[in-house]
Design a protein around this ligand. Structure first.
Ligand SMILES: NC(=O)c1ccc[n+]([C@@H]2O[C@H](COP(=O)([O-])OP(=O)(O)OC[C@H]3O[C@@H](n4cnc5c(N)ncnc54)[C@H](OP(=O)(O)O)[C@@H]3O)[C@@H](O)[C@H]2O)c1
Length: 345
């Protein structure tokens, strides 16, 4: 179910099909020489492929932020193997570090950000880790999509921002932080956000939750929050960091690993075979989101096919703006409660 009108649904279906079937995503060529970049959820899927591109593009240090260190070490070896003997890799292979990060655990996020604060420089971050599940589960009392895709992601953005600002001011190179969202946000049923009470309490209540709708809803919420952060942190000398959200498009990864039943699996299999991008191609869009050539217009915007995407009803309709305002008011107060001072920019 979606809160979109039929004309909006048709428009977005056409946009989606055009994007998947007709829009080539060029191999990134930007120069990341000497830069330090964090990629979360980079042991597999889109994050791994984005990190591989960054290595090819000359990044000085790539930090693979992963939940399981052994998986991260295997990914680092895999990337280094693909750099080895690759004439396209300038200045030899980059330094790849593997750092532990559990995006559903606020303590882990704070420790990670504290460690990142000690880096010599931090030029860019791709906040890619995310989940899609049909089971209602909670982490620290928070529904799991909300915990990983929204709370963890926005909290990490807030905690990395001071370091990225300081780094940009020192190096003179504009910082870039992008969150991997999804164009499924345009199809989300935002009616679940309508309540006279707490939106967060409602989303954490299994009796009032539609868990099968939660993934697209989580991607709307993370966009609402990043757009709000971008408006609180306009680009200037004190905060020269572009904040954006992007969609990689539908890609053949393990994100759909949850049991969706035989029919669901069959449908996804056929749809992905017909339309899905490889993770290598999807990974290119992640690199675009943190490209040193990204322009200031991207700040607070949603990127699709390496361009700023037009706005849709869930993003810019009058009801959505009102919902976004109520969400941000409650959510930023909530973030302050779980990590005092994190939203004081
Ligand atoms: N594939 C698509 O069609 C598509 C479309 C639009 C948007 N996206 C978004 O793209 C991003 C990457 O997804 P993908 O397709 O590459 O899927 P994936 O292969 O399932 O990768 C997800 C990554 O997130 C990590 N992760 C999950 N929960 C975590 C946690 N609590 N702490 C730290 N890391 C965690 C996973 O780590 P583990 O391996 O340890 O689980 C994995 O590295 C997600 O945000 C997804 O929503 C994907």
């Amino acid at each position: 179910m979606t809160s979109m009108t039929l004309p909006d649904q048709l428009r977005w279906t056409a946009t989606f099909l055009r994007s998947q079937l007709l829009t080539p995503i060029p191999t990134p060529t930007s120069n990341f020489s000497g830069q330090t970049v964090i990629v979360t959820g980079s042991n597999t899927g889109l994050g791994l492929e984005a990190a591989r591109h960054l290595a090819r593009l000359g990044a000085g240090k790539i930090i693979l932020a992963v939940r399981t260190l052994a998986k991260g070490e295997a990914a680092a070896q895999d990337i280094l193997r693909s750099c080895h003997g690759n004439a396209d890799v300038p200045d030899g292979a980059p330094t790849i570090e593997v750092w532990q990060l559990d995006m559903s655990d606020t303590h882990s996020i704070r420790s990670f950000a504290e460690r990142a604060g000690k880096l010599e420089r931090l030029d860019a971050a791709v906040l890619n880790a995310g989940i899609l599940t049909y089971k209602f589960e909670t982490q620290e009392g928070v529904e799991s999509h909300l915990a990983v895709n929204v709370v963890g992601t926005v909290l990490l953005t807030c905690l990395l921002l001071p370091k990225m600002r300081e780094s940009a001011a020192r190096t003179g190179l504009r910082g870039r932080l992008t969150v991997v969202g999804s164009d499924m946000m345009y199809m989300a049923d935002t009616r679940e956000l309508q309540t006279d009470g707490s939106i967060i309490a409602k989303l954490n209540d299994p009796a009032r939750s539609q868990v099968k709708q939660r993934y697209p809803l989580s991607k709307v919420l993370v966009f609402y929050s990043l757009r709000e952060l971008a408006s609180r942190c306009p680009l200037d000398d004190a905060s020269d960091v572009i904040l954006s959200v992007l969609t990689p498009g539908a890609c053949k990864s393990d994100i759909f690993r949850d049991d969706m039943g035989a029919l669901g699996r069959m449908f996804m299999g056929v749809a992905m075979a017909a339309l899905g991008r490889s993770t290598e191609v999807g990974g290119r869009t992640l690199v675009f989101g943190v490209s040193p050539d990204l322009t200031a217009e991207a700040h607070g915007r949603f990127l699709m096919d390496n361009k700023i995407a037009p706005n849709g009803t869930n993003v810019d309709g009058p009801t959505s703006r009102e919902l976004a305002g109520r969400w941000n008011e409650e959510f930023f107060a909530y973030l302050e409660k779980i990590s005092p001072g994190c939203t004081a920019f």
